[in-house]
Design a protein around this ligand. Structure first.
Ligand code: NAD
Ligand code: KPL
Length: 305
């Protein structure tokens, strides 16, 4: 019998994973915030995945954090700013050798969870898949991509990667997951804040090439200083490639701001600026970018962190 996948966070990625695992016949349970959310969920037929315009509903079992069953495998699919407190509510249910998969973007939240659970195996993930909710308990699979998983402390891959294979979740085990997360963080720092400040799609940043290049130079310096030289390789070229390849898209941070949602700034630009300060590295354009972005968030009544 396969180990149950407990999924924490019935948002875009959590639902995307839950429905694909359920589609493959694997045992999945969705952990909802409280009794009210569970009642709302149980009033429907389950979780719906919309892919290529075709929708299918899967009757995934829901539960609240106070369900007594132990958790052996937990997929943490909350936003970075919610991960630590959401996991804390489940701490008493985690078995001694529990494994967690942390899907959060950016850096900082993963270390907070690791520090909170020294016994558990925490696997970090970095995903280029794209999904959004078009209603409660529904997800639209908007962008096919890849998920890299890795464990900097234990390089051996877990056996349950077979489950991902069976579920059709494109993935790869990575022995340099931190490099991947740093690289993605740098890309997000070079692109996302500017799309908020200029209120534009990614492609329009082609008209701000100098500013992007200056940020890439500073981010490269930071990556080198943080012991991540591979993440710095050809960064500007990669950022320009992504801007071109995603020209018609709005960045995730742009979408958060446009929908008046809290951003993950503290785990992206905030984390980068803090790391620079720790290394006494002067990165004036990156620091100025953080100030400008926070001003913009505050002006819109959004949290500054
Ligand atoms: P989301 O906001 O759609 O979903 C998060 C869910 O977690 C929400 O439903 C929220 O209610 C729930 N949650 C928060 N605290 C909880 C708690 N204590 N108990 C139970 N549920 C709780 O977010 P998302 O878009 O799925 O993103 C999750 C992470 O994945 C983010 O770090 C994001 O940057 C990253 N990511 C998302 C995408 C994407 O396409 N959506 C792609 C790549 C990476
Ligand atoms: O990951 C992204 C995002 O929007 O968060 C891209 C498309 C790479 C832009 O930084």
């Amino acid at each position: 019998m396969s180990t149950t996948w407990h999924i924490l966070g019935a948002g875009s990625l959590g639902t995307l994973w839950a429905t694909r695992l359920a589609r493959a016949g694997l045992p999945v349970r969705m952990i909802l915030r409280d009794k009210a959310r569970l009642a709302s969920y149980q009033a429907g037929k389950g979780l719906t995945l919309v892919e290529h315009g075709i929708e299918k509903t899967y009757p995934v079992i829901g539960e609240t954090p106070d369900n007594p069953e132990p958790i052996h495998r937990l997929l943490v699919a909350c936003k970075a700013y919610d991960a630590q407190s959401a996991v804390a509510h489940l701490q008493h249910r985690l078995s001694p050798h529990a494994e967690l998969v942390l899907l959060q973007n950016g850096l900082g939240s993963q270390d907070a969870v690791v520090a909170q659970l020294p016994q558990a195996r925490c696997i970090f993930a970095s995903s280029t898949e794209g999904a959004f909710r078009d209603g409660d308990w529904r997800v639209v699979f908007a962008g096919h991509g890849y998920t890299w998983l890795g464990d900097a402390a234990h390089p051996a891959p877990p056996l349950w990667l077979n489950d991902l294979h069976a579920a059709g979740i494109p993935h790869e085990w990575s022995t340099d997951i931190l490099t991947r997360l740093w690289r993605k963080l740098a890309l997000n720092c070079a692109i996302n804040p500017l799309t908020v400040l200029y209120q534009c799609r990614n492609g329009e940043l082609q008209t701000h090439q100098c500013e992007v290049a200056t940020l890439c130079a500073e981010l490269g310096e930071l990556l080198e200083c943080c012991g991540q030289p591979d993440a710095a390789l050809d960064l500007q070229h990669e950022v320009e490639r992504v801007i071109h390849a995603t020209a018609a898209n709005y960045s995730s941070m742009y979408q958060d701001v446009a929908n008046a949602r809290r951003t993950e700034i503290s785990y992206l630009l905030g984390y980068a600026c803090q790391a620079a300060a720790r290394h006494q590295l002067n990165l004036p354009h990156l620091q100025q970018l953080q100030v400008r972005l926070i001003d913009q968030l505050v002006a819109r009544g959004l949290p500054r962190d």
